[in-house]
Design a protein. Structure first.
Ligand code: 6PG
Length: 253
């Protein structure tokens, strides 16, 4: 079972500050050991402030962006210019403010009509960047950032959807009937191959699902975030006091 670390801060801003410190540390370690830092980004709204903080003094100059490559953990089936695009959110919060080669930014083209083919292409891209075969075991991202929805989903691994059962593919098209949409998403095999997985979770609406994910009955179809368990990596939860309010003290130590 991977080690679980909790960082609890009073406010979402402080949560993101601590997560930015973790990012800087992970990037330094990865680049000194392997010459590069491969990160899979979370979408949604919570991580926006983390991405903004990374462009601020104290982080922007201290992080080696030229040896960082950005991937996405999931993407909505919308164009890059859509207000719903995770890519657009990160581009505005981070990419536009740091000097990083476009070739190091790997958007998920989830607006493509053939989402299965686009997912296979993205898998091939990951394999090429890691220098491995897409049919082999999943490579280890240095850091996978994740959020968690109020329904316990993470990335675009929603309750009772087909992608939850995927044991081999790294990236798939996933139909999400409860949202009447399709998503492109990384799967548990590649998430759980990561050297480090970090959840960013804030707000009172996440307190009950977070309790269910961490302390409730095991039911990973209902609470998919329960299935995140990096086999050889670390797992950390960056949470604010509101989101962690229902967690027992014993788990937070
Ligand atoms: C997405 C995200 C998704 C997100 C959760 C939490 O595409 O929406 O990848 O998994 O992390 O829905 O979102 P918030 O941080 O906005 O609550």
């Amino acid at each position: 079972m991977s080690s679980r670390q909790f960082v609890v801060e009073a406010s979402p801003h402080d949560v993101c500050e601590r997560a930015a410190e973790m990012w800087r540390t992970r990037a330094e370690e990865a680049i000194s050991e392997r010459g590069r830092f491969f990160v899979a980004l979370a979408g949604g709204s919570t991580p926006r402030e983390l991405y903004q903080i990374l462009t601020a003094r104290g982080f922007r100059q201290q992080i080696d962006w030229s040896n960082t490559e950005f991937f996405f953990g999931d993407e909505r089936s919308v164009p890059a210019e859509s207000n719903d695009s995770n890519f657009r959110m990160v581009r505005e919060a981070l990419f536009e403010k740091i000097a990083v080669p476009d070739t190091h930014i790997h958007r998920m083209p989830a607006e493509q009509h053939d989402l299965e083919a686009a997912s296979a292409d993205y898998e091939q891209l990951i394999a090429d960047r890691f220098g491995v075969e897409p049919t082999g075991p999943p490579p280890a991202f240095d850091l996978v950032l994740l959020g968690m929805g109020t329904d316990g989903h993470t990335a675009s691994l929603f309750p009772f959807t087909t992608a939850l059962a995927e044991q081999h593919r790294w990236v798939v098209a996933n139909e999400v009937p409860q949202l009447k949409t399709w998503r492109m998403t990384m799967t548990f095999p590649i998430i759980n191959a990561a050297r480090s997985v970090a959840f960013l979770i804030s707000g009172e609406t996440k307190s009950q699902p977070l309790f269910e994910v961490l302390c409730g009955a095991v039911n990973a179809d209902l609470y998919p975030a329960q299935r995140v368990a990096p086999a050889n990596g670390s797992m950390s939860f960056f949470v604010d006091q509101l989101a962690s309010a229902k967690l027992p003290e014993s788990i937070l130590r």
